[in-house]
Design a protein around this ligand. Structure first.
Ligand SMILES: Nc1ncnc2c1ncn2[C@@H]1O[C@H](COP(=O)(O)OP(=O)(O)O)[C@@H](O)[C@H]1O
Ligand SMILES: [Mg+2]
Length: 282
């Protein structure tokens, strides 16, 4: 018998468990599908997943399982396009710029020398980010030529994606950012994330602290535009409050975590996600 809904995962976090529980509470026929046990025939045969909520942590596993299933006409949330666009900070940035959404100044260089040249021209500090990644990992604040050279030298020995030098202005902001959870056309909940002791990054994975953030019209407007720019359905939008530019979007998460947002705001995000997934069935 085919399920109406599948939660595709590779690690069960609070989020995946809460989704499954929400489906059960609503009487929705849902199953948990471990992507690590999955094989998919890449032909025109029918698949039995119902709507798939893509929750894999691994970037490549998530992207490729979405491509395989969506290619076989399975309804996957978020779509392949969104996974491609939002999964890469440079791709996201270009779409934000194209759609006129405020975002930090960014530039890209394709060798260590070119990146150093860019930094000399633009001035320190700047933030160096891998174009693919999360939890604040490998994001470095380059304060001067010495530290920049040291950090980039180690990147030169890594997988080629780390030799794409994506640099952002260091945004002049309070010691917090905003995480807004969007489902369809609505910001359903938002939090401020304050950086932990001795940290400048505000990721909860790095010991950040969360507080409820009021959803203003300004916040909602920027988030709707950002979500549309990446063709998203359920996304977590990261913004900063730039002292010069106002709200700027710096990241869109296509398999967003929301445990702390639920804890702090009391909004039942998993239940809203299930409602949307059922409604979006093709
Ligand atoms: N340009 C920037 N200026 C100041 N702080 C930044 C900048 N970019 C990111 N940060 C901080 O670092 C955190 C992680 O950056 P982000 O781009 O969201 O990457 P990740 O995918 O690892 O979460 C942000 O939540 C924010 O606190
Ligand atoms: Mg982030």
């Amino acid at each position: 018998m085919s399920s109406r809904l599948s939660i595709l995962y590779d690690t069960i976090r609070w989020e995946e468990k809460a989704l499954f529980d929400a489906a059960k509470t609503k009487g929705v026929d849902a199953k948990m599908v471990d992507c690590k046990n999955l094989f998919v025939n890449l032909d025109k045969s029918k698949e039995d997943f119902g709507t798939v909520i893509q929750r894999c942590v691994s970037y490549y596993r998530s992207l490729h399982s979405t491509a395989a299933l969506e290619g076989k006409e399975v309804n996957v949330i978020n779509s392949l396009n969104t996974s491609i666009f939002a999964g890469n900070k440079l791709f996201t940035h270009m779409l934000l710029v194209k759609h006129g959404i405020p975002t930090p100044f960014s530039a890209v260089a394709f060798s260590e020398d070119a990146a150093l040249g860019l930094l000399e021209k633009r001035g320190y500090p700047m933030v160096l980010k891998p174009t693919i990644g999360s939890w604040g990992r490998m994001i470095a604040l380059l304060k001067d030529r010495d530290s920049a050279q040291g950090i980039m030298e180690t990147r030169e020995r890594m997988y080629p994606i780390y030799q794409v030098y994506y640099l952002e202005e260091f945004v002049n902001r309070p010691p917090r950012d905003i995480r807004a959870i969007m489902i369809e056309d609505r910001v359903v909940a938002a939090i401020y994330r304050y950086s932990g002791d001795g940290q400048w990054k505000t990721n909860m994975a790095l010991g950040g602290r969360a507080e409820e953030c009021k959803i203003t019209k300004e916040l909602e407007d920027v988030c709707v535009k950002a979500k549309n720019a990446v063709q998203g359905q359920i996304v977590g939008i990261d913004l900063m409050e730039s002292k010069e530019k106002g709200l700027v979007v710096h990241e869109i998460n296509n398999t967003t975590e929301y445990k702390n947002t639920v804890r702090v705001t009391g909004v039942d995000i998993p239940a809203l996600m299930i409602d949307y997934a059922i409604k979006s069935r093709k």
